[in-house]
Design a protein around this ligand. Structure first.
Ligand code: ZN
Length: 316
């Protein structure tokens, strides 16, 4: 049995990070990254996205990546599914957890999947039915994500009430986890408290996870605000891989190793070995290019007391 965790850190670099890169990462490099990060203690990895390969060639190898990832011991394999067709591809492979995403911003949803938000919300019911019809009700968890929940680069501020209504709809439709995403890094800690409290009030009994981008430097501050609300599941990307192709220099998701370092320093158990995680980052950087990687811990190194703890001393 795996030891208990206080906080689940979920790696999304292979999906959210890679989707903004123009050149596909070779399948073998993706798999090496997944295996090494799982070996470092990361329990959940979003390994790919079941979007049509003609839209995102980066994920043309989705089937292969999933099949090989399912063989990694102790790893919860997650795949993003943008629609029913994607969900059917994932269900056929027996993916144990699917992430379906709707934008709270109507404009972003239209631009992203060319559908009205309400139609996208309704589509989630179809995915629940497809999962159940495939006999996978007990074996495939359906998570539902709310992107642009803390702001949108087309619409600006998003009303908390809109986020709350979308969360309530998805919870009622059968979501087993609600993921609240600050897709463009607009959120601040005060807003995080307001939005997560509103979502938690609508989703009693369903885990709520947070997905932050560090675009404006508030990523870890937002994590702390969400922790204070009781959130215990966070997405992050190794080396903060990702960003926006239209905003040069903008960083992507919060940095996995910086997040683990913060939680670890606070005495919260993540199950992840920070030194091994830093080694995985080095390995991934060889394929991705050091210029793609962000993060403070890799730049500054571990504090002295961490090194002392590794040689038998105490962490605190
Ligand atoms: Zn994201």
């Amino acid at each position: 049995m795996q030891p208990a965790l206080d906080v689940l850190v979920r790696e999304v670099g292979l999906r959210d990070g890679l989707q903004s890169l123009p050149t596909p990462l070779p399948t073998s490099a993706k798999l090496a990254w997944i295996r090494a990060e799982a070996a470092a203690g990361v329990r959940e990895i979003e390994v790919t996205s079941f979007v049509p390969a003609k839209l995102l060639p980066q994920f043309a190898d989705a089937e292969q990546v999933v099949e090989q990832s399912l063989l990694v011991p102790g790893l919860q394999v997650v795949a993003l599914v943008p629609n029913l067709r994607g969900a059917q591809r994932a269900l056929a492979l027996g993916v144990p957890k699917l992430d379906y995403v709707v934008s709270v911003s109507r404009t972003h949803n239209l631009k992203n999947v060319r559908r009205e938000r309400e139609a996208s919300l309704e589509d989630f019911r179809g995915i629940v039915q497809a999962r159940d019809a495939a006999g996978r009700r007990q074996t495939t968890t359906l998570a539902a994500g709310l992107s642009t929940a803390l702001g949108c680069s087309y619409e600006g501020r998003i009303a908390v009430d809109e986020v709350r209504r979308c969360a309530a709809f998805l919870a009622e439709a059968g979501a087993q986890e609600i993921l609240v995403a600050d897709t463009v890094g607009y959120g601040d800690p005060g807003q995080v408290r307001e939005v997560f409290r509103a979502v938690l009030a609508e989703t009693a009994g369903i885990p709520v996870a947070a997905h932050f981008h560090d675009t404006r430097g508030l990523g870890l501050a937002n994590v702390l605000a969400a922790l204070e609300c009781g959130i215990r599941r966070f997405d992050a990307s190794l080396g903060g891989l990702g960003g926006c192709p239209y905003a040069p220099g903008a960083s992507g998701n919060i940095v996995t190793e910086d997040l683990v370092f913060m939680l670890d320093s606070m005495g919260l158990r993540t199950g992840i070995d920070i030194e091994r995680l830093l080694a995985v980052r080095e390995q991934a950087a060889q394929h991705l290019g050091a210029g793609q990687m962000h993060g403070a811990l890799a730049r500054a190194g571990l504090p002295l007391h961490y090194q002392a703890a590794r040689s038998g001393g105490r962490l605190h």
